[in-house]
Design a protein around this ligand. Structure first.
Ligand code: HMG
Ligand code: MG
Length: 302
């Protein structure tokens, strides 16, 4: 069995993890959280989102957060950008990388960004152009790659169509999002295969939510297929405010536990990640759901 010789994890807790919280997390607590994550060895931390504060008030403080963190060399601090206004704010925030985002479902695209898929792609055109001029890498998320909360099952061919458009626009990286955690391992086979002519598995990024407890099984299958880049969120924080029923991302600690068991280095300090989760658990004042985090917290209490 062929498995990657290492994996790369983008920590998305500060963005995906906090965008859905009912209470506003104070700016300083977000800064402390990102600073703690910065010490863990992640190559990239998705720090925030320059989206409309009306749509996602939880991340209205994006500029303040980026201005307050202590940047560590070797860590790329990235942020979501939906349009040119977001790009301008992101530039002011001095981000290292941006992520545009669309979907393989029309209904989700409308609900999440008030635009059809085609309209989102049109919005991205000047953003990608400006980012490339500025030498800023552009990740492109495609949400609902397996299923949509409004439309149900999504065909891989639909995903492929959106991915091709994004690559034609000139984005640097494709990230496939299982927004509501519906994927099982056979979906990984279908997705990896459908994009393989333009995105080889080792370049593809997977963004799995663990709503039904299948994210880790999907990661394992994806690794067997040659995928080595994953998003995860410490403690399993997260969810999308415009996807009913969406819960947390695959927990970073769970992915690290799997990788360690398989002998695959991720270059991330697992104990530092547990500390970051503990910080957020205190800040949010509720137990985080990540399985490894829970197990470690219980063994500490015992
Ligand atoms: P809209 O309301 O159609 O925007 O929203 P608009 O262009 O008509 O502008 C309306 C107002 O918003 C104007 O202000 C603009 O200035 C302002 P006004 O003149 O009325 O005072 N505005 C902005 N302000 C700040 N920053 C901006 C910005 N843009 C417009 N960038 C828009 C369209 C796309 C902006 C909105 O729908 C939006 O922000 N949506 C984001 C929703 C979101 O963040 N969802 C969660 C992230 S996606 C996700 O979680 C999935 C992912 O994790 C992968 C997966 O799991 O699948 C990535
Ligand atoms: Mg997500």
């Amino acid at each position: 069995m062929q498995l990657p010789d290492s994996i790369m994890i983008t920590e998305v807790g500060p963005r995906d993890g906090l965008q859905n919280e009912p209470e506003q997390v104070p700016v300083q607590e977000k800064i402390d959280f990102i600073n703690q994550l910065s010490a863990c060895g992640f190559p990239e931390i998705e720090a925030t989102a320059f989206v409309s504060p009306r749509w996602v008030p939880q991340l209205a403080d994006a500029g303040e957060v980026l201005a307050g963190i202590q940047r560590v060399e070797g860590v790329a601090y990235s942020a979501l950008v939906p349009n040119i206004e977001g790009w301008e704010r992101a530039q002011d925030g001095n981000v290292d990388k941006i992520s545009v985002f669309t979907a393989a479902s029309e209904t989700f695209s409308k609900r999440n960004t008030n635009a059809t898929i085609e309209e989102t792609l049109n919005r991205f055109q000047p953003v990608v152009h400006a980012a490339r001029e500025a030498g800023c890498p552009v990740r492109a998320y495609v949400s609902c790659v397996v299923a949509c909360p409004f439309e149900g099952k999504i065909a891989p061919a639909k995903v492929k169509g959106v991915v091709d458009h994004l690559l034609d626009l000139g984005v640097t990286e494709i990230d496939l999002g299982d927004t509501i955690g519906m994927a099982t391992p056979s979906d990984m086979d279908a997705l990896v295969e459908v994009v393989a002519d333009r995105v080889p598995p080792e370049k593809l990024v997977l963004h799995l939510h663990d709503t039904r407890g299948t994210a880790l099984a999907c990661c394992y299958r994806a690794m067997q297929l040659g995928v080595r880049r994953f998003d995860a969120s410490c403690g399993g924080l997260g969810g999308c405010p415009y996807a009913p029923g969406a819960t947390g991302n695959l927990a970073t600690e769970d992915l690290l536990f799997l990788a360690r068991g398989l002998g695959i280095p991720a270059g991330v300090d697992a104990s530092g990640v547990l500390q970051a989760s503990a910080m957020m658990e205190r800040s949010l004042d509720r137990p985080l759901v990540g399985r490894v985090y829970r197990a470690e917290s219980c063994s500490e209490e015992a």
